[in-house]
Design a protein around this ligand. Structure first.
Ligand SMILES: Nc1nc2c(c(=O)[nH]1)N[C@H]1C(S)=C(S)[C@@H](COP(=O)(O)O)O[C@H]1N2
Ligand SMILES: [Mo]
Length: 198
């Protein structure tokens, strides 16, 4: 398995790999707004909706049949810890966007998750190879508390931009705010600018 190292992406945002105000940890703390939701492999459905040519509805097996990559990435939590060199396997966002065909008027994206969580990003911030829908962490299945069966990772943003238990992507023609973005966390979430709160 080829592992692509994308840990140098920070160079586009700042001088240091560890963003200002962050401490490195080797632990992987769990941060969820509530309980870990249950899911059923037979009924789990991933939807792509909104400003697309073709809305998609994929079963778990159909999602897993998409082309995948494995990347080494860093993970920055807004509460101040960073975990370096995480290996995630999954589907890059642009791959999924191409499968649905994003229409010209799409400017923004809202991610939906099984626990009711949502988070938002401008389309341009999603159309990066490092934005992954991932089900594997360091060669093991992604643990349920970390978002299994499927989560998003956003190594160029604080981790609340990555929805755990993701089951839907909505392409929007106007910006919209997600769960934490409505509750005082930064809408932009750039770790190198320390965009923590709004
Ligand atoms: N569905 C869902 N995704 C979520 C959250 C959540 O509560 N629900 N919490 C977010 C926050 S605030 C953070 S910091 C990261 C934490 O990921 P971790 O628990 O794997 O460390 O997940 C993000 N994604
Ligand atoms: Mo968080």
């Amino acid at each position: 398995m080829t592992v692509e190292d994308v840990t140098d992406l920070y160079q586009a945002f700042g001088d240091d790999r560890i963003p200002p105000g962050q401490r490195e940890t080797t632990k992987f703390p769990v941060l969820s707004k509530g309980d870990t939701p249950n899911w059923d492999r037979d009924t789990w459905t991933f939807t792509v909706t909104g400003a697309v040519d073709t809305e998609l509805s994929l079963s778990y097996d159909e999602f897993r049949a998409l082309d995948t990559v494995t990347q080494r990435q860093d993970f920055h939590c807004v509460t101040g810890w960073s975990k370096l060199d995480c290996e995630f396997t999954g589907v890059p966002f642009p791959e999924l966007a191409a499968a649905a065909g994003v229409t010209d008027d799409a400017v923004h994206v809202l991610f939906h998750a099984l626990d009711g969580y949502t988070t938002n990003l401008p389309l341009a911030d999603c159309m990066r190879e490092e934005v992954l829908f991932t089900w594997a962490f360091d060669d093991d299945p992604l643990p349920p508390e970390h978002g299994g069966p499927l989560r998003v990772v956003t190594p160029h943003k604080y981790a609340y931009k990555g929805a755990k238990w993701v089951d839907g992507v909505e392409f929007l023609t106007e910006p919209q705010r997600g769960y934490w973005e409505k509750r005082g966390y930064s809408n932009t979430a750039d770790p190198w600018a320390e965009d923590r709160y709004s």
